[in-house]
Design a protein around this ligand. Structure first.
Ligand code: AMP
Ligand code: MG
Length: 388
């Protein structure tokens, strides 16, 4: 049995980068930028007015100036502006040469072809210099997960296509004679495949491309058939059949198909029977079947692996710390990921920590991470947790 941190190190060794592809900007939200994006232009490309008002060379309270034209966004004023003159100007319009300031319209009185400056005009020049936002050569550095703000910036840089990490294709295989799909009518001894769907959702959120394969039954032939359906996957995830019961066939069948196993058991709760290796061209992770174990392993192991494949670095799931709202007893020899609720008073671990309870996982918004052999913890002690 290896530690969680050693298991993660081995997983990172097994993970391969998913490669890159170029996509239109409109499809790039949430994708991982794989190459620095570089602007070829300044923004704004000219000194631009920040307000609606009058562009002037010079203006003092009480001055009356002649309005000689207009500069609108997209339609500049072509001409020179002298002292004693003003140009009507709107937000985003080029500031005419010869002017040094935009007096906002609230600070003037317009009278036909003239404007008179008020008593206390706003002191600011209300001009955005050329390149105020960014200049040619400014880069948005890779790698980064593209936010809506990033997309707006890239558009402003006139970048229509971006190079992003290809979404890792993940084949998801449930195993078990007892499983049916949601929506089907289960027999008396059957239950619904659940964590398969939770993992699918998690993989989508992580930026992977999950593919649901048929449920493999608890016999070698069925599992081999389903594993044979895997095409072009970067990662194959099996769920269940991973411990050492009579019906736990994943390890022997995968071995028969040529999997080079890296490890089989991890000192953690929940999720001990976790295995990984490489099978043909893909990485393989065998998750435990218990629903909470599978989901916790999804957060602790699968999420960092997907991020590594996307080029976001090899790092464990980010942790935070918060005080305990209620005390905790001592921990045993396995790292414990306790379903907990983070509220205004801190973290409260749920009383029921059984790895089959999806209702408890659904109510949790945090996993408290208890180190191996951690002593008892009092209310108020700060502990590490993974936000859910
Ligand atoms: P196993 O690892 O196959 O022994 O499964 C452990 C427990 O998890 C059993 O109670 C299974 O019925 C349950 N289980 C396995 N796979 C799934 C699944 N995809 N969805 C829900 N429960 C599952
Ligand atoms: Mg099973």
């Amino acid at each position: 049995m290896i530690t969680v941190s050693e298991a993660l190190d081995r997983l990172f060794t097994l993970a391969r980068p998913s490669g890159t592809e170029e996509i239109p900007l409109l499809q790039a939200a949430g994708r991982v930028l794989a190459q620095d994006a570089r602007s070829t232009r300044d923004q704004p490309p000219f000194p631009a007015s920040a307000m609606d008002g009058y562009a002037v060379a010079e203006a003092n309270p009480g001055d009356t100036l002649r309005v000689i034209g207009e500069s609108a966004a997209g339609r500049r004023f072509d001409g020179a502006v002298a002292t004693g003159q003003a140009v009507r100007i709107f937000t985003g319009a080029p500031v005419p040469p010869g002017t040094s300031r935009v007096v906002i319209q609230e600070d003037v009185t317009r009278n036909g072809d003239t404007v008179t400056i008020g008593d206390r005009p706003d002191a600011s020049d209300n001009i955005r210099p050329a390149g105020n936002d960014f200049t040619a050569g400014t880069t948005l550095a890779a790698p980064r997960i593209l936010s809506s703000g990033d997309i707006a910036l890239l558009a402003s840089m006139n970048i229509a296509r971006v190079c992003v990490a290809r979404k890792p294709v993940v084949a998801l295989i449930s195993t078990g004679d007892e499983l049916v799909m949601p929506g089907e009518t289960p027999g008396p001894d059957q239950i619904i495949a659940s964590n398969t769907f939770g993992l699918y959702a998690l993989l989508q959120q992580l930026g992977a491309d999950p593919r649901l394969l048929p449920i493999a039954r608890d016999n070698a032939a069925s599992l081999k058939t389903v594993l044979g359906l895997v095409e072009d996957a970067d990662l194959v995830i099996t769920i269940g059949g991973a411990s050492v019961g009579d019906h736990d066939l994943v390890a022997p069948v995968a071995a028969e198909l040529g999997m080079e196993q890296s490890f089989h058991k991890v000192a953690m709760r929940p999720g001990k029977p976790l295995m990984s290796g490489r099978l043909n061209d893909a990485m393989m992770i065998g998750l435990p079947g218990n629903p909470v174990s599978a989901m916790v392993c999804g957060h602790v192991f699968v999420a960092p692996v997907i991020r590594a494949m996307l080029g976001l670095g090899a790092a464990p799931q980010p942790r935070k710390t918060a005080p305990l709202a209620k005390p905790l007893g001592e921990n045993g020899p396995r790292e414990h990921y306790m379903r907990a609720e983070l509220g205004p008073d801190g973290l409260t671990a749920f009383d029921r920590q059984d790895s089959s309870l999806l209702s408890v996982l659904g109510a949790a918004n945090a996993l408290i991470v208890r180190p191996v052999k951690d002593g008892p913890r009092a209310a108020g002690d700060c502990v590490a947790y993974i936000p859910l």
